[in-house]
Structures are given as C-alpha cells and as structure tokens.
Design a binder for this molecule. Structure first.
Ligand code: ZN
Length: 338
C-alpha cells in the first residue's frame, strides 16, 4: 500500500494569493481533490489523505504533523504562484537530507508530467526552504501551478478542464514516480467452461447515464454506499459513466475524467429495466460480487432462473445486476429473458 498525503495549500482565513477573481486556496483544493479522485479511482494499493477537504484554516505544522503521524510515503503540496511570471515550477527541500536523490528523482518525473499535461511554461526544478518540504519526514514535493495574477495563467486556472489537466499531470507523475499499478480494466471472459471472451473494445466510459433529479454525490464509492462523508452535488442531466464499484456509479460530465459517486438506486432506477427474469443457457456461467468482470464469485448452472433489477455496460460488455446483489453477463448467448 502506497500512502500519499496531499496538501492543498492555504485555506480558511488564509486565502493564499489572489488575482482575476481567483483565490489560491480554492484552486489548490479543487486540484488536490481531483488528484485524490484520480488516484483512488484508477489505481490499486494507494491510500490518500488530505491536509484539508474543505475551506478550513490549517496551520503548516498541523499539516506536516498529520502527514508524519499517518506515516505517509510521499507528500505533495499543491500551490498557485503569484507576483510576476507565468508557468509551472516545483520544489524540493534545499537542505541536506538522506533521501534527497530519491526525492529529486520523483520530483523530476512529476514535474515533467505536469508540464506535458498542461503545456505551462517550464520555470524549472527548484529548491527552497519551505515548511512543507522541510518538516515532513517523508519524501515531499511542492508544486506551483501557474500564476494567479498573470492574465494568461489566470484565464487557464479559471477553467475546470484546465485544473483537470494539472491534476492529471500530477496523477500520472505520481503513478510513474511511486510505481502505482493501474486498476485492471480489461474485461475477462464472461463465461467459464466455454471460455468465451468479450469481443468489444468499447471503453466503459462511453456509457451514458441520465440523472433524473439532483442527487447527493461523494468522492469515493465507499462513501456513496455509506452515504456519509465528503458530499458533492450531482445535478439533473446527461453524464458519462467513469467507473462502477460496490454497486455505486461514478458519473462525469467530461468523458474519461472522474466525477462524483452516486447511488444509482436513488435515481428512480432511471437506467434500469423493469425487473424481469432470466434463465441460464450456458452449462455453467460465472457470476460476480460487484459490477466488475474481474470480481468472479462463483458459477451458476444451466436452467437456473434469476431476477434482474438493473442492466448496464461494464468495459463494453452488458451486465445484469441480480436481486441477490450479485452480477452476471447479459449476453443473450448465455442467458435468456423469460
Ligand atoms: Zn501558496
């Protein structure tokens, strides 16, 4: 398990730098949450802790204490620059410390990925005596993501899609620097004994999803299921499905980018069919403990009958959710409606 501590700079009474109607504390929180969502949704064996998840005042010592107490493997502090200039720069601690070479190597990877993802001017890989990189016990990097008081940068920073790019650069950099493993996304064979494989290369995020009324949104599938913690709001409208987990669905306005987790059962079963019965046609058929072709739970046999409560596409192949809370292929070669 890789533990990544993300520190959205400033917050609460400390707005950080301001310019063009933007506040550093809002941008750093937004970028950090996007990085968190990407890491949690897209990678295995990663844990993320944030120094703040809302507009709270948190002192610098409280931030590094939290990272140190949690025993994080890596600390990323996210900032926006100001006072003359344009572009991106990153910092490690300027003093001597044991893991300096390793820290610098990771910083270089992250730095290059952010430049690649954002197209911001490269202001260089720097060193400074900043609290966050000095007082943290783990390897740590601080990034300054554009200048809030520069017209060109501020225009970019005012766009959520650009904050996505900043986050994507950091996530990609963290993936490479910390050797994070992508979650399995290739659909496995839906069926056992006849070992038929999915023929579709369609991406799961091509799946459309209609939200019929304003719903509570969450940052993780676990929170969505428990209906606690860190809420967002998902308004009525058309979305793409970014991911599914634990019966929850991550819906997004921007195809391929993570959005909010919602409980599809609160959406009036909008995308689901009326309940109906299916009968197994194959001799044996896998069923799954979650909407994930990798999550094989066991096999059912020919002529067994099940009640279907929902239907959707997972990695390009249709899947049914059964009343029992398990999942099965919807491929009419292997199951038939009765
Ligand atoms: Zn700052």
């Amino acid at each position: 398990m890789v533990k990544i501590f993300i520190d959205p700079g400033h917050g609460g009474s400390d707005t950080g730098a301001t310019g063009y109607g933007l506040r550093e504390k809002d941008l750093t929180l937004s970028i950090s949450k996007k990085i968190e969502t990407m890491l949690i949704n897209e990678y295995d064996n990663v844990q993320v802790k944030m120094s703040r998840t809302g507009d709270q005042t948190v002192s610098l010592i409280e931030r590094t204490n939290a990272a140190n107490a949690w025993n994080a493997d890596f600390l990323l502090s996210v900032h926006i620059n100001a006072s003359g200039g344009s572009g991106f720069e990153s910092y490690i601690y300027i003093g001597q410390f044991p893991s300096r070479a390793a820290t610098d190597q990771k910083r270089n990877i992250i730095h290059d990925e952010v430049i690649k993802a954002t197209g911001l001017i490269d202001r260089g890989k720097k060193e400074a005596d900043f609290h966050m990189v000095r007082e943290s016990q783990m390897q740590s990097v601080l990034t300054e993501n554009g200048f809030i008081d520069n017209a060109h940068d501020a225009n970019l920073l005012s766009q959520s899609s650009f904050l996505d790019k900043i986050a994507r650069g950091h996530a990609k950099g963290l993936e490479k620097a910390l050797k994070l493993k992508k979650k399995a996304s290739q659909p496995l064979a839906a069926v056992s004994s006849t070992s038929v494989t999915s023929s579709s290369n369609e991406k799961a995020n091509d799946e459309k999803y209609k939200v019929n009324k304003t719903l509570d949104g969450y940052y993780t599938a676990v929170d969505a299921k428990a209906e606690g913690n860190k809420k967002t709001t998902v308004t009525k409208g058309d979305y793409f499905v970014f991911n599914r987990s634990q019966g929850m669905v991550n819906v997004t306005k921007v195809k391929g980018m993570p959005g909010s987790w919602i409980n599809p059962k609160h959406n009036n079963g909008a995308n689901g069919p009326e309940n109906f019965l299916i009968r197994v046609k194959a001799n044996e058929l896998w069923y799954y403990n979650k909407p994930d072709w990798n999550a094989r739970e066991g096999k059912v046999k020919k002529r067994e009958v099940f009640t279907v409560v929902d239907a959707f596409t997972v990695n390009g192949s249709k899947m049914y959710e059964l009343k029992s809370g398990t999942y099965i292929t919807a491929n009419p070669q292997y199951v038939e409606k009765i």
